[in-house]
Write a protein that binds this ligand. Structure first.
Ligand code: AMP
Length: 177
């Protein structure tokens, strides 16, 4: 499958849900993409390809869809995965960061004792919207002395200018909407 074919597969399966979780928000639902064998394979290839052969040591997946995508990407790259979780879920926390979302606010936490200083990290999530989530996750990674090699997301919403909040960190996106 070529990257263009893979993109077409993802595009066909992606679902836009109007007015969820609030009026005026168009929610991009990856559930049908993940539920489809070809869709999951295509997404995994597209998220992995930009960093294949580069110095990446570990994947960090952002709760919750970043866990599903990140685990698949980690397998494809022969790496492990570290979860960045919403507040209150981890028994031991290395660091936490609060941030604003496109809708509401949240706190993310990094588990203690699993990310080593100097590690090159691939961050994985489903959607880059305002960038608050990815920026907070990046800061958590960097607070441990690790480096964000890149962020890979399925969908970027460029109108919300999330990329601007990530500074010089490389961002790879499969689709824009
Ligand atoms: P943000 O911090 O604004 O970049 O939001 C990114 C996070 O919120 C991601 O983890 C997404 O899962 C979720 N998200 C934000 N906006 C949307 C949207 N329009 N559709 C689907 N997920 C979204």
């Amino acid at each position: 499958m070529s990257p263009a074919d893979d993109r077409g597969t993802v595009e066909q399966l992606l679902r836009a849900v109007p007015d969820f979780p609030e009026p005026g928000i168009r929610f991009w639902d990856l559930t049908p993409v993940l539920a489809d064998a070809a869709g999951l394979a295509a997404t995994t290839r597209l998220l992995s390809a930009p960093v294949a052969g580069t110095a990446v040591d570990v994947v960090v997946g952002i709760e919750a869809r970043g866990f599903l995508l990140g685990a698949a990407v980690a397998q494809a790259l022969g790496l492990g995965i570290v979860p960045v979780r919403k507040q209150g879920k981890l028994p031991a926390v290395a660091a936490s960061r609060s941030y604003d979302l496109e809708y509401g606010s949240a706190t993310l936490e990094l588990p203690a004792g699993v990310l080593t200083a100097g590690a090159q990290v691939l961050l994985v999530d489903d959607v880059l919207a305002t960038g608050g989530t990815a920026a907070a996750a990046s800061e958590l990674v960097e607070s441990c002395g690790a480096h964000v090699r890149a962020l890979s997301v399925v969908l970027e919403l460029p109108g919300l200018r999330g990329r601007g909040r990530l500074g010089a960190r490389p961002v790879h996106t499969v689709l824009e909407r």
